[in-house]
Write a protein that binds this ligand. Structure first.
Ligand SMILES: C[S@@+](CC[C@H](N)C(=O)[O-])C[C@H]1O[C@@H](n2cnc3c(N)ncnc32)[C@H](O)[C@@H]1O
Length: 246
C-alpha cells in the first residue's frame, strides 16, 4: 500500500528531502517564496478557524464595508454581556494616543478598577506589513488621563511587563486588550500573562484576522498552553474579536 506506515520509501522521504535541501542550500533558490507560502498557509488556517467560529453571539460576518468604529460596538456588547461594570484589571498592550484605552476607562467607572497601558510611545519596534518601524509614534507623548486609576508604562513590553507583573497584583477580573499588531509582541504578552489568566477573563484583539500576526500569535499560544476560549464577538470580518477564557 502506497500510504501504509510500513512504506519504507515514504518513511525515508522527509529525511531525504531535508538532506537535499540542506546539502544544496535550496533556501537560496526558494527564499523568495517563503513569505507567500507562509501567508497562504496561515491564511488557510484562518479560513478554517473562521468556518468553525461562525456562530458567535455578536458577529457582522460577512461584512462588505470595513468600519473601524464598529470596534466600539463590540466593546459595548462585551461589557454588557460580561457585566464588566464591576471592578476590573484592564491591561492594554498598544496604546498609542489612547483611543481605546480612554473608552474603557470612561465606560467602567468602578473606583476599584485599574487601567494599565503599555506602549513604547515611540512607535512600532519593527515593520508590520506596509507600516515601518517607528510608525504610530506619539513622540513619547503619554495620553493625558484625568483619572488616578490609570497608569502607563513606556517601553517595549519585553522590558516593562516582567517587573510590572512582579509588583502589581491583578486582583480583579482581567480584561486584556491586545492591540500591538505584531506577532512577536502579541505572543510575548500572551505567554507572559498566561500564569495570571483565569477562567472568565476577557481577551480583545484589534487586528485578529491578520493571518501572520495576531491570529498566528493567538493560535500558537492556545496550542502551546492548551488554552480553551469562547468567541464572544467579532466585527469587521473578524478584524476585532473578543474571547472569554474557559
Ligand atoms: C495600533 S497602535 C495602538 C492603537 C490604540 N490601541 C488605539 O486604540 O488607538 C499599536 C501600538 O503598539 C505598540 N507596540 C507594538 N509592539 C510593541 C512592543 N513590543 N512594545 C511596546 N509597544 C509596542 C506601538 O508602539 C503602537 O503604538
Amino acid at each position: 500500500m502506497l500510504f501504509s506506515p510500513n512504506n519504507l520509501f515514504l518513511r525515508r522521504l522527509p529525511g531525504r528531502l531535508k538532506y537535499v535541501f540542506l546539502r544544496f542550500g535550496l533556501h537560496n533558490l526558494l527564499g523568495w517564496i517563503f513569505f507567500p507560502m507562509f501567508w497562504l498557509s496561515r491564511m488557510t488556517q484562518l479560513g478554517a478557524w473562521v468556518a468553525r467560529h461562525r456562530q458567535v453571539p455578536f458577529n457582522d460576518f460577512p461584512s462588505a464595508v470595513f468600519n473601524y468604529q464598529k470596534r466600539y460596538e463590540l466593546y459595548k456588547f462585551v461589557l454588557e454581556r460580561e457585566k464588566l461594570d464591576g471592578p476590573i484589571s484592564y491591561l492594554e498592550f498598544g496604546v498609542a494616543a489612547g483611543d481605546s484605552f480612554r473608552w474603557w476607562a470612561a465606560q467602567n467607572q468602578h473606583p476599584d478598577s485599574r487601567f494599565h497601558g503599555f506602549d513604547t510611545f515611540t512607535g512600532l519596534p519593527e515593520d508590520w506589513g506596509l507600516f515601518k518601524k517607528g510608525d504610530m509614534s506619539t513622540g513619547k507623548q503619554i495620553p493625558e488621563m484625568n483619572d488616578a486609576r490609570c497608569q502607563f508604562y513606556a517601553g517595549l513590553f519585553q522590558q516593562t511587563l516582567p517587573s510590572f507583573l512582579r509588583s502589581t497584583p491583578l486582583t480583579h477580573r482581567r480584561v486584556i486588550h491586545l492591540d500591538a499588531d505584531l506577532f512577536t509582541a502579541t505572543l510575548y504578552v500572551l505567554t507572559s500573562l498566561h500564569p495570571y489568566l483565569q477562567s472568565g477573563d476577557i481577551l480583545l484583539f484589534d487586528e485578529f484576522n491578520v493571518p501572520t500576526h495576531e491570529f498566528s500569535a493567538f493560535t500558537d499560544y492556545c496550542r502551546s498552553f492548551y488554552v480553551q476560549t469562547e468567541v464572544l464577538a467579532a466585527v469587521n470580518n473578524y478584524y476585532q474579536v473578543a474571547f472569554r477564557v474557559l
